[in-house]
Design a protein around this ligand. Structure first.
Ligand code: PLP
Length: 485
């Protein structure tokens, strides 16, 4: 029996086209999920434009100031900020019942067990899994993907498909399987010219290797440029992959999708999804592997083994593993993380991931339109904000972006001048960056730009976008005397 948190401090002030408050509109009725105390948006309200999601008061770090200015946090694809609600839940574990779970029967241990299982329930609700037992706690997305890669019974003839813009965490595990000769091949399927997912090309590859494709693992939303695979495309992929091989499976890397959009694992028909709680307002060091129950129990044999995963062990015969999810959670666990994950999940559901998605889309439009006005700035395709989640990656069409070695780069200038925090680099998608030399050569032979990424979340505001664009304008003016492409 799970009971509701009496946490009414979450102040959701969501205005629709300046008229009604979503919170009022959803105060009661069939769309209020009473079982977890969360509200999901009424279908009748879908498609309306959100004006504000005012949850900022819940985030203590947003109250900070440096040089008289507030923080402007646009590094959400890397890590999101944490609301008081989540922090308090973690604190509660450490101050009230800091014991181990799933082992002891005493007072504190029971409280840990209850809190952890409640978290599993909330995460199951978040992604619409069938059963709490399908929620395996991991360290992060990376570990979740590795669990599948190293626990699946591969055959040497198997082929694995991904996209060509995967995070290293959804690339290296598959690459290593091939390197160790455990599978026949690993194929990163090329995207369309504008970097979006190319379903037709994907279908061609599936047809070409019919009967050999055993596993597909795709970034649901790319951390490189925010490109996403639509629900309909995923359903098509699942159909295609399962039609060509009756023992083939589809996994999504949901690190950038679960925190930002409605993900319904049963509706999509996928077999596995991996995501990280630190990207959805929860603590670090905790992630989730969702897998269909029968696959977790009958198909995968855990590779991290030891205490906590077996019911019994013998010197001369195989250990007796617990059923999922426990057979994958070896050793004493990150209980504070697990409990924080449940709190983050509840908080996210209360806001409504759809509301976050539409809010990000609106801010993304502002940011994209603003950046397009600067001649020196090129947005990494697709330029159309509709095709991207709340991520804008861009580069500067200048042969150098620093005046000299003593000068700081653009990301640092944004940080110093206006407390704007963005990310620079290859975002762990080195393989794509290295493979697409031709794309850069279109601008200038040998040109390899520095990529900058601004990534948004529900607590970001229009005002922050304005400050970003104004600060960028000033920085770009200073680069006037650098040679353009
Ligand atoms: C698409 C994607 N996949 C995987 C990861 C890895 O996540 P983690 O470092 O939490 O394991 C990230 C992190 O940025 C990501 O964006």
């Amino acid at each position: 029996m799970y009971f509701l948190d009496n946490y009414e401090k979450i102040s959701i002030i969501i205005c629709f086209a300046g008229v009604a408050k979503l919170a009022d509109a959803l105060g009661s009725g069939p769309n209020v999920r009473k079982d977890v105390g969360v509200q999901v948006p009424s279908p009748a309200l879908k498609g309306e434009v959100l004006k504000t999601i005012d949850i900022r008061a819940d985030f203590p770090c947003l109250k900070r100031e440096r040089n008289g200015k507030p923080p402007i946090y646009f590094d959400n694809a890397c890590m999101t900020l944490k609301p008081s609600y989540v922090i308090e839940k973690i604190n509660e574990y450490y101050t009230q019942y800091p014991a181990c779970g799933e082992r002891s029967t005493h007072w504190f241990a029971k409280e840990v067990d209850n809190a952890v299982e409640e978290s599993r329930f909330l995460l199951k609700e978040l992604i619409n899994a069938e059963d709490e037992e399908e929620i395996v706690f991991t360290k992060n997305t990376t570990e979740a993907i590795n669990i599948v890669a190293h626990s699946f019974p591969w055959e040497k003839t198997d082929i694995i498909l991904t996209t060509d813009h995967e995070h290293n965490s959804n690339f290296i595990p598959w690459y290593m399987l091939k390197k160790h000769g455990l599978i026949a091949d690993y194929i990163p399927v090329a995207s369309a010219a504008d970097n979006t997912f190319n379903l037709d090309h994907f279908e061609d590859i599936v047809k070409k290797y019919k009967g050999k494709i055993r596993f597909v693992s795709l970034s649901h939303v790319s951390n490189l440029n925010g490109v996403y695979i639509t629900d309909n495309e995923i359903k098509e992929i699942v159909k295609m992959v399962k039609n060509q091989h009756d023992d083939a499976y589809v996994m999504l890397d949901g690190a950038q999708s679960v925190p930002h959009k409605r993900v319904d694992v049963r509706g999509l028909g996928i077999d596995f999804i991996a995501f990280s709680i630190h990207k959805m307002m929860g603590p670090t060091g905790i992630g989730v592997l969702y897998g269909r129950k029968e696959l977790l129990n009958k198909k995968l044999l855990p590779f991290i083994v030891g205490g906590g995963v077996v019911n019994n062990s013998f010197f001369n015969k195989d250990p007796v593993f617990f059923k999922a999810p426990y057979k994958f959670e070896a050793g004493l666990q990150n209980y504070a993380g697990m409990i924080g994950a449940g709190a983050a999940s509840r908080y996210l559901m209360r806001i409504g991931v759809e509301n976050i998605e539409s809010h990000e889309m609106r801010l993304n439009k502002m940011l994209t339109d603003g950046l397009k006005k600067f001649d020196e700035v090129e947005i990494l395709p697709p330029r159309d904000y509709h095709k991207r989640s709340g991520i804008v990656t861009f580069f500067i069409k200048k042969l150098a972006t620093k005046h000299d070695d003593d000068d700081v780069d653009i990301d640092e200038k944004l940080n110093i001048r206006a407390n704007i925090m963005i990310r620079k680099g290859s975002f762990c998608v080195h393989s794509w960056y290295n493979a697409y030399k031709k794309y850069w050569d279109n601008f200038f032979p040998g040109f390899r730009p520095i990529l900058y990424r601004a990534s948004l979340y529900g607590y970001n505001t229009e005002k922050e976008i304005d400050v970003f664009l104004d600060t960028m304008e000033g920085i770009l003016k200073e680069l006037d005397d650098l040679p353009s492409l």
